[in-house]
Design a protein around this ligand. Structure first.
Ligand code: LMR
Length: 395
């Protein structure tokens, strides 16, 4: 029965990360998978996480299952972090939250809810979007439409085209938005543009579904949430998939949450019950460790302050790398790379062809996605000159 199954190609992102790790060239540069790396090229454990973990290990008395919706401190803390202290939706108890295995698990639970509510819903995704959105949401049976988003010639958002395309989104459709630090292009909407999209959702009745995986890595925790919060204030129903992978460095702990902003409290409770049934069908219960750590951080003033400080330093370092890389690339190539400094978060397209990306891999051991998406956080003082020289050589 099983021997007819063929070997499948590796995932486009994970496969390249593995290829880079296997490259014996000591000068290899890994700009593939979106993980934060420090000056030493290591993905560090936050101090706040370490402290929370020590306390958890000392105090933990059971490994019994978590409550199906997850850790209460985590759910409360994440709702506050994402929606803000002043959120009227939270005050009105119109938000349901379910802990999920990472942002991916939250996206999948959100998709299950959409499918249950509107089996024929079309999901509008940006062109381009994170490739894993397609299997995560599509395997539930939802279909996709794309809206124009990134304009390679301006290296920015083609907002007129986005609006033009989204005019076709109707009630019963879902529009998937990247809350901040767009993956893969790094080009974000301005607050004013978020306002326009919120207005369209109100007018046309489509449901915003916000993938919020990079809060705190663009301009800061509050600034990065401004667009999302504006949508939540204006649009009665919003689905959010948030992740602690990047902003708490909890990648392997699979720590995320699906939030459902609803018209009223009863509806929010109904959606939580639906989400729990969906989760039981797929993975039964969420993993505990990461959420227990995040919950401890978010319920302790001291730990939260320490974590916020560390995240801010990370964010500043990424933005410093953006300006440093821009400068080096411009010096070496004589071309304009100002967009790298305008874009946000971990990712930018360098604007290279797949052939150029391949040459960089083959001839220089510089690994980026074929689309020329780079993880800016993979740049450091040791590799920045080598990287800029290699890129200039293939231009
Ligand atoms: C990425 O896009 O590199 C990250 O979101 C990690 C992943 O799972 O692909």
């Amino acid at each position: 029965m099983l021997d007819k199954l063929e070997r499948l190609p590796a995932d486009s992102i994970l496969g390249l990360a593995a290829a880079c790790r296997a490259d014996p060239n000591p000068s290899r540069v890994d700009l593939t998978i979106g993980i934060y790396m420090d000056e030493q090229g290591l993905c560090p454990v936050f101090d706040a996480v370490r402290q929370a973990q020590q306390a958890l290990v000392a105090e933990e008395v059971t490994k019994a299952y978590m409550p199906p919706a997850g850790d209460e401190a985590f759910i409360q803390g994440m709702q506050r972090l994402v929606l803000g202290d002043g959120s009227s939706a939270l005050r009105d108890k119109r938000v349901g939250g379910v802990q999920a295995p990472g942002g991916c698990g939250a996206l999948r639970i959100g998709a299950e809810i959409v499918r249950a509510a509107a089996p024929d819903a079309r999901v509008w995704v940006s062109d381009p979007t994170w490739p894993v959105h397609f299997p995560l949401l599509g395997s539930v049976g939802l279909t996709f439409e794309t809206y124009r988003y990134y304009d390679p010639s301006s290296h920015g958002v083609d907002f007129d085209a986005m609006v033009e395309d989204l005019k076709q989104a109707v009630s019963g459709d879902v529009v998937l938005l990247h809350g901040c630090c767009h993956n893969p292009c790094g080009a974000d909407l301005s607050l004013q543009q978020w306002g326009v999209i919120a207005g369209m959702a109100q007018q046309q009745g489509f449901t915003p579904f916000i993938d919020f995986a990079y809060q705190g890595l663009g301009d800061g925790l509050e600034q990065d949430a401004a667009g999302l919060r504006l949508v939540v204030e204006r649009v009665p129903e919003v689905i959010i998939a948030a992740s602690c992978s990047k902003n708490m460095g909890l990648y392997r702990e699979r720590t995320g949450i699906a939030l459902f902003v609803c018209r009223d409290e009863a509806n929010a409770q109904a959606l939580v019950s639906q989400a729990l049934v969906a989760a039981r069908r797929i993975y039964s219960m969420p993993p505990a460790h990461g959420a227990l750590l995040a919950g401890r951080i978010l319920r302790s003033e001291t730990l939260e302050a320490s974590w916020r400080g560390e995240l801010e330093a990370m964010c500043q370092r990424i933005n410093g790398l953006r300006s440093g890389l821009r400068q080096k690339l411009e010096d070496r190539s004589g071309r304009d790379f100002g967009f790298i400094q305008r874009e946000k978060g971990m990712f930018s397209f360098l604007g290279l062809s797949p052939e150029q990306a391949l040459r960089l891999r083959r001839e220089y051991s510089v690994y980026m996605l074929d689309s020329s998406r780079i993880n800016v956080a993979g740049v450091n003082a040791r590799n920045i000159d080598y990287l800029a020289t290699a890129v200039a050589a293939v231009l």
